[in-house]
Design a protein around this ligand. Structure first.
Ligand code: FE
Length: 227
């Protein structure tokens, strides 16, 4: 399997390029529009055929490359079936794997950060979007976010995965690149709560400023970043 973790220095976003070596079929998760040329060059150099471009959710902090990748590589564009974004060609849903080459990605519906948030499981790797971050969790105070839903998504779904499952988030602001479910269970300060109410109170006390590109990014991303 080909696996690349790419980083956007402007918005601290991780993008993942994953491909099946034998067939050359690949997917990209959470691509950033300003890095489009970098992705196309790498896909070309590795002689891959991009079949899916997937966003874990409608992002508020950067503009997605989904629309441009769809146009330029003819790949399918994927968001969860709950999304309000237009121009999506394949709607992900739990129970329906996304297949490419010999590989399968399993969508897991994890609302909370947004109401269209999904995590994607590939063997022992989980791409957690902004649902579960390394030693953190995604904010729940806009885009129909819900701390209550996020508690259920994390505690009932993600934390029931084997402890050695590798965690690959959509962002990290502290220079960490990956974690495991077991490590997060133990050391993630947001997960050390006794019950759902404590989690909701914790999330409601954060008072975070809005992301600087939010007013531009959200409307753009509802069109998959296309002008
Ligand atoms: Fe987000």
């Amino acid at each position: 399997m080909i696996f690349r973790q790419l980083f956007d220095y402007d918005t601290y976003t991780y993008t993942y390029l994953i491909a099946d070596e034998a067939s050359g079929e690949g997917v990209i998760i959470d691509p950033v529009k300003r890095n489009l040329e970098k992705y196309l060059k790498l896909i070309n150099e590795l002689n891959l055929k991009l079949v899916y471009a997937i966003d874990t959710h409608v992002h508020a902090d950067h503009i997605t490359a989904l629309g441009e990748l769809g146009k330029q590589t003819k790949c399918d564009t994927v968001l969860g079936k709950e999304t309000k974004a237009k121009f999506v060609s394949v709607y992900a849903q739990e129970g329906t794997p996304i297949k490419f080459g010999n590989l399968e990605i399993h969508p897991i519906y994890t609302p909370g950060h947004t109401d269209d948030s999904y995590c994607y499981l590939l063997d022992n790797r989980i791409f957690t979007g902004d649902t579960l971050l390394i030693r953190g969790t995604g904010r729940t105070d806009f885009q129909n976010g819900s701390a209550s839903d996020q508690y259920d998504s994390i505690f009932k779904k993600l934390l029931s995965l084997p402890g050695d499952t590798l965690v690959f988030p959509a962002h990290d602001y502290n220079g960490m690149s990956m974690s495991t479910i077991g490590e997060e269970k133990k050391f993630n300060p947001r997960l050390q709560v006794a019950n759902k109410k404590e989690y909701i109170d914790l999330m409601n006390s954060l008072n975070l400023p809005n992301p600087k590109f939010m007013d531009i990014a959200v409307p753009a991303n509802l069109r998959l970043g296309l002008d």
